[in-house]
Design a protein around this ligand. Structure first.
Ligand code: PRP
Ligand code: URA
Length: 212
């Protein structure tokens, strides 16, 4: 049995927590919310990618020969529409050539079930690729499990989820179905309310980023 806690990395850095606090504030206007969401995305993607594999390479500096590294993993970003686009945008700036496969999921407001409306995936993927599913909110976990399932069915085992805020219920659901999935997040909050919103959370991420 894998210890679930070891699979959840909560980034307790002052800049991360300050940025998250600004996102949580209901008075933060839309343009500032977007800017903070972008900033937090950089921090979290940077953290989530810290286990990437490298190989030693030589590098010629203006002063002489040195050594450095090259990245060796086959990396895939999978933003969950809509809110995951902000994470993908930041990640793409860190990795300009990365492959991005968009996943369209919409939570039914009554049943809270994730409904799929789009998935742009190739026919096959290298089994040793690394998939980073990007979604700011991990609430009931329905969307995350649906997104992870798409890659699991293709034989991918190295899957990482990046979120701004997670609910304990969502973390538990992801690890019930996929105990090996790593989660990088800025916070694991208190609980879900009767509408499936994370408490205290930050409200509706998609609406706050893109408008209602
Ligand atoms: C939000 C959020 C997640 C999902 C989380 O998206 O961005 O994808 O809800 O909820 P869950 O863990 O209970 O599935 P939403 O379905 O509202 O779509 P949107 O980003 O297009 O607004
Ligand atoms: N989706 C959001 O955007 N926020 C929540 O709190 C839950 C789901």
């Amino acid at each position: 049995m894998i210890a679930t806690q070891t699979k959840v990395n909560v980034i307790d850095h002052p800049l991360v927590q300050k940025t998250l606090t600004d996102l949580r504030d209901h008075q933060t206007p839309s343009h500032e919310f977007r800017a903070n969401a972008h900033r937090l995305s950089y921090f979290l993607v940077y953290e989530a990618l810290k286990e990437l594999s490298v190989r030693q390479v030589g590098v010629e500096t203006p002063v002489g020969p040195g050594t450095g590294v090259a990245l060796t993993d086959y990396i895939i970003l999978a933003p969950v529409l809509r809110a995951g686009l902000v994470l993908a945008d930041a990640a793409q700036q860190l990795f300009p050539n990365v492959r991005i496969y968009h996943i369209g999921l919409k939570r039914d407001e009554k049943t809270l079930e994730a409904q799929s409306y789009y998935a742009k995936l190739p026919d096959s993927l290298p089994p040793d690729c690394r998939v980073f599913i990007l979604d700011p909110m991990l609430a009931t976990g329905g969307s995350a499990v649906a997104a992870i399932s798409l890659f699991d069915k293709m034989g991918v085992s190295n899957i990482h989820l990046v979120s701004f805020v997670a609910a304990p219920e969502g973390v538990a659901k992801v690890h019930k179905h996929f105990p090996n999935v790593h989660i990088t997040t800025a916070a694991v909050d208190n609980h879900l309310n009767e509408h499936g919103y994370i408490v205290p959370g930050l409200g509706d991420a998609g609406d706050r980023i893109f408008g209602t």
